[in-house]
Design a protein around this ligand. Structure first.
Ligand code: SF4
Length: 217
């Protein structure tokens, strides 16, 4: 079995519940969406097919036992991930997915799941499956304005989402000062929303602030 891999690298998880932990990132190539704001456009088609042994040869030298499957869209490789986790069972596994494809084969083997739904491509049935099938799932919404907060409130209430992270959108072509101002506004919107009484919090896009569009970090 092969998977098309865009890149493999060793870095820190700078977002979400496991922020700050060292991890190996396995970035799959290809995605079923094509978001304007995608910061890994190169991973939408670029990549080299590799089998699990070739991937293991690359990762075994890294000094951590945490692996994050990301993309592109890793859920396109559900069978491959399940087989990989079964073979290399002494690692802890995480995933970051857009929440449009349910990962039936691999979900039980994952320690933590970050689902980042895109408002233009919400599949409530699939979000529901993620919410029900894992006790360690986090829904990360990328927030640009008040409407995005309202949509997050609506989905959280309707689907009874358990664990919410709001992440202010970083505009790649704008200076960091604008990101700080925008984040301050979003914090105020968050404070006024009904999300404050749910399991919701806000985390900024640390990865973008530190590395912007650099690859392999
Ligand atoms: S879902 Fe993620 S990887 Fe796919 S196009 Fe959108 S931002 Fe990029």
């Amino acid at each position: 079995m092969n998977a098309k891999i865009s890149e493999i690298f060793y870095s820190l998880q700078l977002e979400g519940s496991f922020i700050g932990y060292p991890a190996i990132f396995i970035r799959f190539s290809g995605c079923n969406l094509n978001c304007d704001f995608c910061d890994t456009k190169y991973a939408l088609d670029e990549g080299i097919k590799k089998n699990k042994e070739e991937i293991y040869e690359r990762i075994k030298r890294f000094n951590t036992k945490r692996i994050i499957f990301t993309g592109g869209e890793p859920a396109l490789y559900d069978d491959f991930m399940a087989d990989f986790m079964k073979t290399y069972y002494d690692y802890e596994y995480f995933i970051e997915t857009n929440g449009t494809i349910f990962i039936e084969q691999s979900i039980k083997k994952l320690k933590h799941i970050v689902v980042s739904p895109k408002f233009f491509a919400i599949d409530e049935d699939v979000l529901n499956l993620f919410n029900k099938h894992s006790n360690s799932v986090e829904f990360k919404f990328i927030i640009d304005n008040e409407d995005d907060i309202k949509q997050t409130e609506r989905l959280t209430d309707k689907l009874k989402l358990k664990n919410i992270t709001l992440q202010p959108l970083f505009d790649n072509d704008k200076p960091i000062e604008q990101y700080i101002k925008k984040t301050a506004k979003i914090i105020e919107l968050f404070k006024k929303s009904n999300l404050t009484n749910k399991n919701a919090r806000l985390i900024i896009q640390n990865q973008k602030i530190i590395y912007n569009q650099q690859r392999g970090v």
